[in-house]
Design a protein around this ligand. Sequence first.
Ligand SMILES: [Zn+2]
Length: 240
Amino acid sequence: MELLKRFYGINGKSGHEAQIKEFFVEQLAGLELSVEEEAFGNIFITKGVADSYPCVTAHLDEVHSPTERNIVVDGDMIYAVNGCGERVGIGADDKNGLWIIVRLLHSKPVLKVALFVQEERDGEMPGCRGSRACSLAFFDDVRYILAVDRKVNNEVVTVGKGNIRLCDNDFIPNDLLQKYSYMCVDGGRTDVVALKERGLHVPCCNISCGYYNAHKPEEYSVFTHLENSLAFVSDIIDRV
Ligand SMILES: [Zn+2]
């Protein structure tokens, strides 16, 4: 949980992701990987050598503006308050995804990772700016892309906003869905939806990672839900 609390302590409002990027890369010290920052500022990571890779994605930015954040752990629940004791957002959307990916990069021998900047809408600016601007060549040798950027604890988004089909409903084996109590749902817009709109052919989906009340001061995470999400994603990578 300490790593997660440190992630929450860093503000990474859209367009200001330098600090969160640096912190993320620090967590990979000692691992043999290729880390590349591409032209728009997205981070692309490759671990291991393979003909085809599983790929996981999350976004580096959050909607919240910088403010004092005191992280509170209450049993299984994590949230933050400011100096006056008022609730403030933690950017669990999508630092929970970043936390899962750090863990996967330590445990999996072969993995590709795409971390996008500027996923969130910002005033008049539309979202998914990083995933709309990146080169798609990085994904030429991936079998699929699992986004870990979905609220709550039991959803796999297989159809994105605009009726964009991300993958077939049997892409994730049914016994894995049951083991971790997940179900396939229609969902909103996120980076994998933007990649699909641009013509990416491989199956994608967006998996719940244990955050609640995203984009609100009352945002919080449930740590056991986040751990369940990590175990689910890890099993998918081992099987699919
Ligand atoms: Zn998000």
